[in-house]
Each structure stands twice: as structure tokens, then as C-alpha cells.
Design a protein around this ligand. Structure first.
Ligand SMILES: NC(=O)c1ccc[n+]([C@@H]2O[C@H](COP(=O)([O-])OP(=O)(O)OC[C@H]3O[C@@H](n4cnc5c(N)ncnc54)[C@H](O)[C@@H]3O)[C@@H](O)[C@H]2O)c1
Length: 354
């Protein structure tokens, strides 16, 4: 039997405590979280309560100096501005990296993380947890049956009444400060939107045109919309922190029908002969209101372990994550240019480009 992977959490805020840790604790044969680095004293206290056996450090550097020789991986759950530096430090110590989204705040940083992983032969794995929402898995099954034919249009709407808050003890509004977040709702939520679009249109995007606005006094956008071009179709996304309700609404359109998702409710529309359309209604409880999505992390963790065991240092998820950041960065450039469409280069890691 293989021993559990020894891991360290970097950042012990909302998603680490409520999402990542419950999933690790539910798989003691696979994971042992032995250390935590956390800059906020009150959050270090919380980490001690939740993980009494873990050794707690005030920063990544001190943790790595003391613990790296005993570790297999780090899990980065800090705000995005620090993801790249922490990932590089972990790779330098020969560790695998599990990293929250967005993996970086610039396309160049994202690519450098993937290149570093390839160079040192360690896994870089992003936290694309929405893929494991029951409702998203139900969509995948329908798409895999190919009954809808080629997909030519997807729409992805995310309505929120406010920005998500970080833990009260640190900086609950960090998502609204560009220096910490790298951007507003597109940087915060765009990754989820875009990696789903890549999957549903079964390809990588080639161009993006975006518009955005900011109704707040913060320096980041809170309304964002974009049209993303793919070789076989379009993805149109709308994200807002200014809605009157909290909801996700996705639609997926193929030659022979369409899927509509509103939170947990799925409608499958199948075009029949003579212009008839059959509608099947399903429900897949995905608990969208619970922002920790604790259940979904177990599946991500399994994929992370599989890639470690098989030596898949930079897989599709990592390349998608880098493309998400490149898309968001290009969307911001498009919005600054009054919504002009801008082209995207495919993401290649150093090894693949060779
Ligand atoms: N995948 C998802 O569904 C999901 C959901 C929520 C958050 N997130 C992502 O997780 C990350 C954290 O978000 P959150 O909501 O947990 O934020 P949070 O503010 O609740 O937690 C961040 C924690 O990191 C600590 N921290 C800040 N800088 C640090 C550093 N350099 N080293 C060590 N600790 C540091 C803070 O003190 C805080 O405790 C973000 O990238 C966010 O986008 C993902």
C-alpha cells in the first residue's frame, strides 16, 4: 500500500477551511495535511483548531525551509496575486502543486508556472471544481452521447448580488482590490466560466471581445460580458456582482437540440421530425448556494493524485487554466479598446513547444 501524500496548505481562509480540508480529511488514506502557512494570526489559530496535528507557519518561505523534505505537495489557497510566486517556490523544493483559480493574474505568470512544472517534473493541477458539480456532470453525459450533434453556441450567465467575501479576519474585500485579485468578477469567476466553455465547445478559443463596467468605488469591474470565438462556434458569457438574485444559467446549443441549466434544473430539448421538440426535465442537486463546494474537491483531489502517480506533470486542466488567465487578460485589453475583438495564441508549455 502507498502512504498518504504529505501536503501543506498555503493560506487558511474560506476555501481552504470549508472546501479543501473537508475533502482531504475524508480521504485519510490518500492525504495527510501536515503543515499550514498563513499570514494572519487569527487564521493560524483557526488552522490549529481544525488541523490540531499540523505544524503552523507565518509564511511560505519558513514553511518550505522547515518542511519541504517531508512534503509531497503544497495546496495554494491564497488570493491570486501570490499564486505564481508560491508555486515557483514549491517547484524549486521539488514539490507538486495544487492551485486555486485563477492560477495567476497574468498570462505570462500562468505560462511560467506550467513551464516550471515541466522542467522539474512535478504536477501542476488547478482547482477546476465546477466540472464536478452534479449538474455539470449530467451535461457531460448528454454531450458524450453526441445526440445533440456538434455544439455551435453556449451561453454562461453568472448572477451574484455582491462579490464573494474572504474570511473576516484578513481582508474580506480583497476580490475588489486589483493589487490582490488581479481584476474583478472576470478574474474571480471567469476561470469557471471559460473552462466549462472549452469543454462544451470541445476546443480552445481563438479570439475574444469584451465589455465591462464598475458600479462601485473599488478599482475592479463588477459587470462583465464577452463573446469568445472557437473554431466551431461561440461562447457568450455574462457575469455580474450587481444582480437582484444569485443564479447560474447555462445554455448549450447543438444541431439536434439544446440543454438549459438553471442552478440544479436541467432541460434537454431534442429536435424531432416535423419540427417537434421533446423536452426532458431533470434535477441534479449541486448546492450552488454553498460556495465551498466541498463535495466537488474530492474528485479534483483524485485527479491530482492520478497525475502524480502517472507523471502527467502538465495536463489538459493545467493548460486550460493558463488559457483561462490569458483569456481574462485579453478580455481586459479588449474592454479597454472599446470591445474590439482580439486574437488568442494557443497555450503551449516549453516541452510541447520544443
Ligand atoms: N474553486 C472555488 O470554487 C473557489 C471558491 C472560493 C475561493 N476560491 C479561490 O481560493 C483562493 C482564496 O480565496 P478565499 O475565498 O479562500 O479567500 P480568503 O480571504 O477567505 O482566504 C485567503 C487566506 O489566505 C491568507 N493569505 C493571504 N496571503 C497569503 C500568503 N501570501 N501566504 C499565506 N497566506 C496568505 C489570508 O490570511 C486568508 O486567510 C482565491 O484564489 C479564490 O479565487 C476558489
Amino acid at each position: 500500500m502507498t502512504r498518504p501524500l504529505q501536503g501543506a496548505l498555503i493560506g487558511f481562509g474560506f476555501i481552504a477551511e470549508k472546501g479543501h480540508v473537508p475533502a482531504y480529511l475524508s480521504s485519510p488514506d490518500a492525504f495527510d495535511i501536515v503543515a499550514v502557512a498563513e499570514v494572519c494570526a487569527a487564521r493560524r489559530e483557526k488552522a490549529k483548531q481544525v488541523l490540531p496535528k499540523a505544524r503552523i507557519y507565518p509564511d511560505t518561505k519558513t514553511l518550505l525551509a522547515a518542511e519541504a523534505k517531508n512534503l509531497d505537495f503544497v495546496d495554494i489557497a491564497t488570493p491570486p496575486c501570490d499564486h505564481a510566486a508560491i508555486a515557483h517556490a514549491a517547484f524549486e523544493h521539488g514539490l507538486h502543486v495544487f492551485c486555486e483559480k485563477p492560477i495567476a493574474t497574468s498570462g505570462a505568470d500562468a505560462r511560467s508556472m506550467l513551464d516550471h512544472a515541466e522542467r522539474v517534473k512535478r504536477v501542476f493541477f488547478p482547482s477546476h471544481n465546477y466540472k464536478h458539480a452534479p449538474v455539470i456532470k449530467a451535461i457531460r453525459q448528454v454531450l458524450e452521447s453526441e445526440e445533440l450533434g456538434p455544439i455551435h453556441l453556449v451561453t454562461l450567465d453568472t448572477f451574484r448580488t455582491t462579490h464573494a467575501k474572504g474570511v473576516a479576519e484578513w481582508q474580506p474585500d480583497w476580490r475588489r482590490h486589483r493589487k490582490t485579485s488581479g481584476g474583478g468578477i472576470a478574474m474571480d469567476h471567469g476561470s469557471h466560466t471559460f473552462y466549462l466553455a472549452f469543454d462544451w465547445l470541445a476546443s480552445q478559443p481563438t479570439a475574444i471581445a469584451a465589455k465591462m463596467s464598475n458600479l462601485s468605488a473599488f478599482d475592479t469591474e463588477d459587470n462583465f460580458n464577452c463573446t469568445v470565438t472557437f473554431p466551431g462556434g461561440l461562447a457568450v458569457a455574462q457575469l455580474t456582482w450587481n444582480s437582484g438574485f444569485r443564479k447560474v444559467i447555462y445554455t448549450i446549443h447543438g444541431a439536434h437540440g439544446a440543454i438549459k441549466v438553471e442552478d440544479d434544473d436541467i432541460e434537454i430539448h431534442r429536435k424531432r421530425a416535423g419540427g417537434k421538440v421533446d423536452v426532458e426535465k431533470l434535477s441534479a442537486a449541486s448546492h450552488w448556494m454553498d460556495a465551498s463546494h466541498a463535495e466537488w474537491f474530492k474528485y479534483l483531489h483524485k485527479d491530482f493524485v492520478r497525475q502524480i502517480r502517472t507523471g502527467e506533470w502538465v495536463g489538459k486542466e493545467a493548460r486550460d487554466a493558463a488559457m483561462c488567465v490569458q483569456l481574462i487578460e485579453t478580455a481586459y485589453a479588449s474592454a479597454r479598446a472599446d470591445g474590439r475583438e482580439l486574437e488568442l495564441a494557443p497555450v503551449r508549455t516549453a516541452a510541447k513547444a520544443g
